[in-house]
Write a protein that binds this ligand. Structure first.
Ligand code: KG4
Ligand code: ZN
Length: 372
């Protein structure tokens, strides 16, 4: 984190316990979301989600088979204020009740990020509240602490955290509870990532080949019910056990060739469930095989899985059945992009005294790249 430390309201975790209220804003891609999250009990976590308002742009991007950046940013402009007001109203809170504002400023589509960042900067400056710049993937990890009390004791660490979203597939070994997370948490803990497509992207691209609308992950999940996961032997890339990386780009080529062949035979429609189940199995297998290696290599005592793909039913089932350590997941409503997870990450950083002061908040920028 680049932000200057020690905004006037530097709060310890114990101080945070006395009802700190964070407004979180997320506009990094195709969800415009705001949430009001509050600390409740004697501990900073779990965080209570008092209000959450999300506008999904899925129907706007669906005809194009993927997110159109210009459409995303223009639409965020129209929806960001209603989402903020919606979250406040559901929470029954006013601007004056807010302790701090957290916003995703990286990574993502720059035009889309800028809408949330500008709104958050303006509010924080006008209301004289601390501003916290949040890394989107740190937000996904912090979604674990929404409405559930997990990873609160040392016995869960090291914890392997798998971030599986539409844009990223990364493995992190986190050795300490959130109050001790360093500024470069994501960089310092990463032990594996995808060389090309993310797992969610693999779902979305193969779903597109099958003719399902964007985003396709949930369609493949649904259509797999009743299909045979062994019907088609789609590739599992990088089987070498010494490599903790993923590669999903070969999968879409294999699916595309198979679909062409079935189309020629006029057999595609009858095979949709089998194709979906086989695609899903290939992605879940690839994820699980590398997770298993990482759990052993780093002697992890728990596994946490976050991001949109964490909602996948087969992945959840496989982890529950096969994983030798406790498995933690966000509640399903907090898996895909939302403002509450950004507020949660903001709460962690605020508790460490890491927020932007009035001067430095004005120069906060949006950044596209994940390693920033
Ligand atoms: O985390 P997220 O909301 O956005 C990013 O940060 O990318 O994840 C969206 C991704 C999409 O690729 C979507 O297809 C996938 O999560 N997804 C799923 C499921 N629900 C969402 N993939 C597989 N099975 C699901 N049930
Ligand atoms: Zn995300």
């Amino acid at each position: 984190m680049n932000e200057s430390l020690g905004c006037a309201r530097r709060a310890s975790l114990m101080e945070m316990a006395s009802g700190t209220t964070i407004l979180g804003i997320e506009t990094s891609c195709d969800e415009c979301s705001a949430a009001v999250v509050e600390t409740t009990g004697p501990q900073a976590f779990p965080l209570k989600v008092l209000g959450l308002a999300t506008y999904s742009q899925v129907s706007l991007h669906s005809p194009y088979g993927g997110v159109v950046p210009e459409i995303a940013s223009r639409n965020h402009l129209e929806t960001v204020n209603p989402m903020i007001m919606g979250a406040l109203s559901e929470a029954n809170r006013q601007f004056s009740d807010i302790s701090a504002i957290a916003v995703t400023n990286r990574p993502g589509l720059v035009g889309a990020l800028l809408v949330g960042v500008s709104a958050a900067k303006a509010m924080a400056y006008a209301l004289n509240k601390p501003l916290i710049a949040v890394h989107h993937l740190e937000g996904h990890i912090a979604s674990l602490f929404l409405e559930q009390n997990i990873l609160s004791t040392e016995k869960d660490f090291p914890c392997l955290v798998a971030v599986v979203s539409g844009g990223h597939t990364q493995l992190h070994v986190i050795t300490e509870p959130p109050e001790k997370w360093g500024d470069s948490l994501l960089k310092s803990t990463m032990v594996g990532r995808s060389r090309d497509d993310a797992a969610g992207e693999a779902f979305d691209k193969t779903a597109k080949i099958l003719g399902f609308p964007y985003p396709g992950g949930v369609w493949i999940d649904r259509q797999s019910q009743g299909g045979d996961p062994k019907a088609y032997a789609f590739p599992r890339a990088l089987p070498d056990k010494s490599i903790l990386e993923f590669s999903f780009s070969g999968l879409k080529t294999a699916v595309s060739l198979q679909v062409q062949e079935l189309k020629k035979k006029g057999a595609l429609d009858a095979q949709i469930a089998n194709l979906c189940a086989s695609i899903q199995e290939a992605i879940v297998d690839a994820l699980w095989s590398k997770i298993k290696i990482a759990l052993g290599r780093y002697s992890c005592r728990s596994l946490a899985i976050v991001g949109g793909v964490a909602a996948n039913s087969r992945l959840r089932q496989k982890l529950q059945h096969d994983c030798p350590v406790p498995v933690y997941q966000p509640l399903p409503q907090f898996c895909t992009d939302n403002g509450a997870m950004i507020a949660a990450a903001g709460a962690i950083r605020l508790s460490q005294g890491k927020s932007l002061d009035r001067k430095s908040m004005l120069t906060l920028n949006a950044v596209a790249h994940p390693d920033s």
